[in-house]
Design a protein. Structure first.
Length: 374
């Protein structure tokens, strides 16, 4: 295993006569034995970054170091980096055992060493019962485990997983996510996991890296990313249902020296915390965007809920273990909240929702940055 350092890495290429900035000045440190999740929408540059680490694509600018050694000019075969794709890429005419051993035979390892490695990885992934089957007779989850076994059996310095389970059904994704976490805990491999699925990222890693349009947006833990999103993109991309954004005008309140954020239709208003006022004045803001996560709205008042909103239920979406409701506050202001499914509610019903003002985020509409970070 080894640590990974990515320093100001860029990837540019031409497509249709246009310059495409696939990755822009990307910086990231992954410690030896750490698992890091890189999260972002399709086309944000995640896969390009993985391919540059493996050597399948050249780096336009910047450096990548593995174990302190610069690898920019090393052939992919010299990097000891393994990559599992979304596609299984299995040899259909080979058995699972033969697929796993293929790369070991290319290295001309002794037969007893190959057998020991196959036994180790098959026990680790619990695939002993499918070793003599061919891929065509396996489920999607079993094929993905075979692909993963082929990666792990090489004993790589760094293991890269590029959307490895995104095409599987939700139950199989959950099972394999837990299996990957178990594997990491047992092997202490250095792993970088790429996904567009926030649930996978949050489940697997304490360290989340959010990308958009080729650029790193934020690095942080699960709580930091959720509660202190650096900008509106991260705030909107993380969380299900998505955060509520309310465009508000700023007005001086009756309380001396304080400001209120008031929705354009005046159906929502909140006092802006004193700690933000200097930043608002510094940026000469007359408007602000308020961000409230659906999970922070409660139909029962709890400990620190000192504010409430009133509205009318537009719809109730039953999702089994939770429910979502959409609430109309005013003509142009709606909010989504999460409720317990047992809570009986109907369309058109009047409702009060409580919240803790300290859970609210305020965004600069000019830069889209969170004022906590701006």
């Amino acid at each position: 295993m080894a640590d990974v350092s990515i320093r100001n890495v860029c990837k540019y290429y031409y497509s249709g006569g246009k310059l495409i900035n696939a990755v822009k000045n990307f910086n990231l440190d992954v410690a030896d034995g750490e698992i890091v999740a890189i999260l972002g929408p399709s086309g944000c540059g995640k896969s390009s970054l993985m391919r540059m680490i493996t050597g399948l694509e050249q780096i336009t600018r910047g450096d990548i170091l593995i174990g302190g050694k610069k690898i920019n000019d090393l052939d992919s075969s010299e990097r000891n980096v393994s990559l599992a794709f979304e596609s299984y890429a299995l040899y259909q005419h080979y058995t699972v055992r033969e697929n796993i051993s293929f790369c070991l035979k290319l290295k001309k390892l002794p037969k007893n060493i190959i057998n020991d490695k196959i036994n180790w990885v098959s026990n680790l992934l619990n695939i002993n019962d499918i070793l003599d089957k061919k891929p065509g007779g396996l489920s999607g989850g079993q094929q993905q485990l075979t692909s993963l076994a082929r990666v792990l059996v090489r004993n790589p310095s760094v293991t890269l997983l590029d959307e490895p389970i995104s095409h599987l059904d939700s139950r199989t994704r959950f099972d394999l996510t837990m299996k990957l976490k178990e594997i990491h805990e047992k092997t202490n491999l250095t792993m970088i996991y790429v996904t567009h699925n926030q649930e996978e990222a949050m489940a697997l890693s304490e360290k989340i890296v959010v990308m958009s349009m080729g650029e790193l947006q934020q690095i942080g833990g699960r709580v930091e990313i959720m509660e202190n999103s650096i900008n509106m993109f991260v705030a909107g991309f993380i969380g299900e249902p998505s955060i509520n954004f309310i465009s508000c005008k700023l007005e001086e309140s009756e309380k001396n020296g304080t400001l209120q954020a008031i929705s354009k239709d005046s159906s929502f208003r909140i006092d802006v915390p004193v700690s933000f006022i200097d930043k608002i004045k510094k940026n000469n803001l007359r408007e602000i965007i308020v961000g409230i996560r659906p999970i922070d709205l409660h139909y029962k008042k709890i400990k620190d809920d000192i504010e409430k909103i009133n509205g009318e239920v537009l719809y109730h979406e039953f999702l089994g273990e939770i429910g979502n409701i959409k609430i109309q506050l005013g003509e142009n202001t709606n909010l989504v909240a999460i409720i317990e499914p047992s809570y009986k509610i109907k369309k058109g019903q009047k409702i009060e929702m409580y919240y803790n003002p300290h859970s609210i985020n305020f965004f600069n509409p000019k830069t889209e940055y969170n004022l906590k970070k701006d």
